[in-house]
Ligand binder design. Sequence first.
Ligand code: NAD
Length: 236
Amino acid sequence: MQLGTRLSGKVAIVTGAASGIGFETAVLFAREDAKVVCADLNEIGAQATVDKITQLFGRDRAIAVKVDVSKEDQVAALVQRAVATFGKLDIMFNNAGIMHPQDDNALTTEEKVWDLTMDINVKGVWFGCKHAIVAMRKSGGGSIINTASFVALVGAATPQLAYTASKGAVLAMTRELAMVHSRENIRFNSLCPGPIREAIEQANGALFLASDESSFVTGTDFRVDGGLSSAYVVSH
Ligand code: NAD
């Protein structure tokens, strides 16, 4: 496969890189000549992503790191590992997230399901932003992309209260970070996927936000949802 140059010279961390959007994005970032840190709770899956990148594009383009994004010490170590291995950090894709199978409506969702969802989907994104900011200050700036969801924009007619609330928090947090850190040349955008048809479509959105092509794009709720969030639909 032919290499591109849209991310030449850049170092990226992708969380949730073992599967789905994270997998496709890690491979696409590597194809566009970034060095990629493939981070996931699933260590074997993250290594499989690195193996795929090596098979397609050659050696020394990616490493796998096991991380639980809800644990700050592990996220700090992840960022330190990226800088120690590749020299700096330019792109942070805070993409890991869960939709708990027992996430339901306001009456039935258990507190432990709510807390776990918030720990991973919200606190995990905060920790990723926090430690990426520290590294990006040293390298003169960067692009941080946080995966939210279309349900944060329109709500979900099938109840998944904790998930929807968590993704709304990602949007709000990302907008504020974009304003607070704009003078440090650090851009923050949310990626808002619709229900996934092909994860590569999300990866292409993340690539635009990661690259310098989007240099004047910050604080956006970047929708890759086939227009779904512009439609008028009710549940009754
Ligand atoms: P996926 O389940 O295929 O991949 C998620 C990855 O995150 C997995 O590899 C998992 O091991 C990892 N992960 C889970 N908890 C983790 C933790 N605590 N620390 C580190 N890694 C962890 O999901 P996906 O469909 O690729 O979704 C990626 C992101 O996109 C998520 O944030 C999800 O909420 C969001 N999203 C997905 C859809 C969709 O239709 N699939 C729609 C909107 C938003």
